[in-house]
Design a binder for this molecule. Structure first.
Ligand code: ADP
Length: 245
């Protein structure tokens, strides 16, 4: 069953056609890669899916519900969240505080550091920090973590809201190659242990080949190809798109 179903989505910025007639679907429980050269429209598609940009045409269904007209917080509440290539953490707050502040309560307000913390929330934050290997650093200022650790913190922050699907924008970009396998393992565990569907933009082909069951490739704003990692790796159109970029 598809958790995300995108049909004929288009989005332009003035004269720039960032997404042209994009269709793709993501099976519930899967890990799917989104690749393509710089400027091919990956980030625009992410922004359209989570509601940051209104689309010009087409349909985006999440769990069979049309979400393309809904605002970001409503889509987030339905369980569809994204992370960013440049992490969005609060550098002056410690890890636990970042976790608590990222939790969006049902009433739509934001939890501030001055509010009474709902019972159980700190436990949940600690459990998730353990999961990403940051428990020992929970009292450290997030700004003092390494970039890779900040990415893991951001992942844990997203998990505070119990998403059904996560859109990850280059989860291994800028990370020391020796730490990349650790990130891959965590992402596989997010998928398997927490049952969260993942759609991952990634430039590192080795990562995407190890992680994804299916890969979609964009070029010049259009869907160029999709297939298993092996099929995509050997697809001449994909190779040409990268070489020509
Ligand atoms: P990718 O993520 O694959 O690198 P993007 O989605 O960022 O590609 O960009 C696709 C095209 O849309 C590019 O030509 C880019 O310059 C353009 N674009 C993206 N966002 C904006 C924006 N907010 N305003 C104007 N043009 C944009």
């Amino acid at each position: 069953m598809a958790i995300l179903d995108i049909s004929n989505v288009s989005k332009s910025f003035g004269g720039v056609k960032a997404n042209v007639d994009i269709s793709m679907s993501v099976e519930q429980g899967s890990i799917v890669g989104l690749i393509g050269p710089n400027g091919s429209g990956k980030t625009t598609l992410f922004n359209s899916i989570v509601g940051t940009y209104p689309i010009d045409g087409g349909s985006i269904k999440f769990n069979n519900r049309e979400v393309s007209e809904l605002p970001v917080p409503v889509i987030a509440k339905l369980g569809l969240l994204r992370t960013f290539q440049q992490t969005r953490i609060y550098g002056k707050l410690n890890c636990i505080q970042n976790m608590l502040i990222s939790h969006k309560p049902e009433n739509d307000g934001i939890l501030t550091v001055f509010q009474k913390i709902p019972s159980g929330l700190t436990d949940k934050a600690e459990t998730l920090l353990k999961f990403v290997g940051l428990h020992q650093k929970r009292k450290l200022r997030a700004g003092d973590l390494s970039f890779g650790q900040q990415k893991l913190l951001e992942l844990a922050m997203a998990l505070m809201n119990e998403p059904k699907m996560l859109l990850l924008d280059e989860p291994t970009a800028g990370i020391n190659p020796t730490l990349i396998n650790g990130i891959i393992d965590r992402l596989i565990s997010v998928n398997k242990d927490y049952g969260i569907t993942l759609l991952v933009i990634e430039h590192n082909m080795k990562v995407i080949m190890n992680l994804a069951q299916r890969v979609f490739c964009l070029a010049h704003g259009q869907m160029l190809a999709n297939g298993t990692p092996d099929e995509i790796k050997n697809d001449k159109r994909v190779l040409d798109a990268y070489l020509g970029a």
